[in-house]
Design a protein around this ligand. Structure first.
Ligand code: GDP
Length: 187
């Protein structure tokens, strides 16, 4: 499970919103890799009320497109994330976070193309919907769906600050993490 998005899009806020309500525990960065990659371990009921427990990791990858970052960091982003995403077999879902107010940036389009090309399952979390009214939120959702959504499993409007849509995002993450027979067998 990987969280991806442009810098400043609210990725940390969204992870904290999930952590606050869902009991995620931040675990140390993977040894030998850059400290920029944070891991959260999630342990809990596989299907609430039906018993069975499972565990998975959320991986917080560094944001892209931060113009003020040193050049070496900007250039390193692509190779870090690329190798990280390419190496991972158990990556069940990518959560691709965008700012609901804006059309996709060049970086967003690059990431979308990468995910589509490698056929990685992903959902788009359209963040900061608290900054607009309902009608505008629906219009933006449709615009993002046509710009980014062809390969996405879903577009989920969220607000990290107001916690809107966080439950729905969580359900999607949990379903992707636990929809395998190995977990069902332990129930
Ligand atoms: P990151 O760089 O993607 O990790 O972004 P941060 O989580 O640090 O957030 C960047 C800025 O956006 C901060 O000032 C946050 O307070 C703000 N922000 C994040 N999520 C939301 C949201 O859902 N609504 C609003 N209005 N602001 C948000």
């Amino acid at each position: 499970m990987a969280f991806l998005g442009r810098s400043n899009v609210g990725k940390s806020s969204l992870l904290n919103a999930l952590a606050g309500t869902k009991g995620l525990a931040r675990v140390s960065s993977e040894p030998g890799r850059t400290r920029l990659v944070n891991f959260f371990r999630v342990t809990g009921a596989v299907r609430p009320g039906r018993g069975g427990r499972g565990e998975f990791y959320l991986v917080d990858l560094p944001g892209y497109g931060y113009a003020k970052a040193p050049k070496s960091v900007r250039e390193g982003w692509g190779s870090l994330v690329n190798s990280y995403l390419e190496d991972r077999d158990p990556l069940r879902l990518c959560v691709f976070i965008v700012d609901a107010r804006h059309d996709p940036s060049a970086g967003d389009e690059m990431l979308r193309d990468w995910l589509d090309h490698h056929q990685r399952p992903y959902v788009v979390a359209a963040n900061k919907i608290d900054k607009m009214g309902r009608g505008e939120a629906r219009r933006r959702e449709r615009a993002l769906a046509s710009a980014l959504g062809s390969g996405a499993e879903a577009i989920i409007p969220v607000s990290a600050t107001k916690k809107t849509g966080v439950d729905e995002l969580w359900k999607t993450i949990r379903a992707a993490a636990f929809d395998r027979h190995d977990f069902e067998a332990s129930e």
